[in-house]
Write a protein that binds this ligand. Structure first.
Ligand code: RIB
Length: 302
């Protein structure tokens, strides 16, 4: 079976679901609270495992009850967490999330142990990265660690997939070693080092990224679906209409599902379509990891 290695963050999400986002200095009363497993890396790893992909997850958690719970959850999902680390004297990552009536979210992340995922921790997982078919990284851990992982994978011939979220700047060298990048429009602009207001068409943005050496570009466009620019040319994949409850983790679900499909030999467009279907299902449920669908659920949903 194809092997995917995901290196990234693990958080505990403290989620308040309320009518509307508070403005600056405002208190909004009313709503419900839930504590669920989250973190971009962990969400992607759990999604891949739930879809039946052979997946290893490299992360750092703190030596607290959140860290213990997170690791137990990863084991129960069948993830290889042989390189996951518990860091002494540090708290686990926590995300404070508000979800409004329209299913949109606002997130603040206190990274805690995620910041301890240094290039040295990545080096300790080098054998896993080299043996894998695909490496998947996001930007909720130190950027030098993201770049180290990309370098190891590229040199070993492991396909590199980058989900540049939350938005940050990746070195030109790392971009040139990236096989597939999966940004939303804002992350794409930021990774090109441009102003947030200078959005161009997805096709132009993709062309700019490819000119920097990125192999293929998949831009997520929310309710407008996904734009794909790969070896078979450019294509659009439509979004599926569902009743959204919570969009937290939808991008993670899309990316991980697409990577699973790529690891099974699907074309970029087919893989993106699989990801669109999986993420449409994920927004119909509350919470990041609890909402990741199973393979049967995705296959049954057209
Ligand atoms: O992408 C969603 C995730 O972002 C949440 O689970 C939260 O932990 C933040 O990392």
């Amino acid at each position: 079976m194809a092997k995917i290695v995901i290196i990234g963050s693990s958080n505990t999400d403290m989620v308040a679901k309320t009518k509307r986002m508070p403005g600056p200095g405002e208190t909004v009363v009313g709503g419900t609270f839930g504590m669920v497993a989250g973190g971009k890396g962990a969400n992607q790893a759990v999604c891949a495992a739930r879809l039946g992909c052979d997946t290893a997850f490299v992360c750092c958690v703190g030596d607290d009850v959140f860290g213990e719970k997170a690791l137990a959850g990863f084991k129960a999902e069948g993830l290889d967490i042989s390189r996951a680390k518990t860091v002494k004297g540090v708290s686990s990552g926590v995300a404070l999330i508000i979800v409004d009536e329209g299913a949109e979210n606002s997130i603040v992340v206190a990274p805690g142990a995620n910041d301890a995922l240094t290039p040295e921790v990545v080096d300790e997982a080098a054998d896993l990265i080299k043996e894998a078919d695909i490496l998947l990284v996001q930007f909720e851990i130190p950027m030098e660690s993201v770049e180290r992982a990309i370098e190891i994978a590229h040199e070993a011939g492991t396909k590199v997939v980058v989900n540049p979220a939350p938005a940050n700047v990746l070195s030109k060298k790392a971009l040139s070693m990236t096989d597939v990048i999966v940004p939303n429009q804002y992350e794409a602009v930021q990774i090109l080092g441009k102003d947030k207001d200078s959005l161009t068409s997805p096709a132009d943005t993709a062309a700019e990224l490819k000119a920097l050496g990125v192999g293929a570009v998949v831009i997520t466009l929310g309710s407008k679906g996904v734009f794909v620019s790969g070896p078979e040319g450019d294509a659009s994949v439509p979004a599926r209409k569902v009743k959204a409850v919570d969009t937290t983790g939808a991008g993670d679900c899309f990316t991980a599902s697409m990577v699973c499909a790529l690891s099974e030999g699907k074309s970029l467009k087919e893989a993106a379509d699989f990801g669109v279907r999986a993420s449409a299902l994920s927004v119909t449920e509350f919470g990041a990891q609890p909402s990741m669908p199973t393979r049967k659920e995705v296959e049954d949903f057209l």
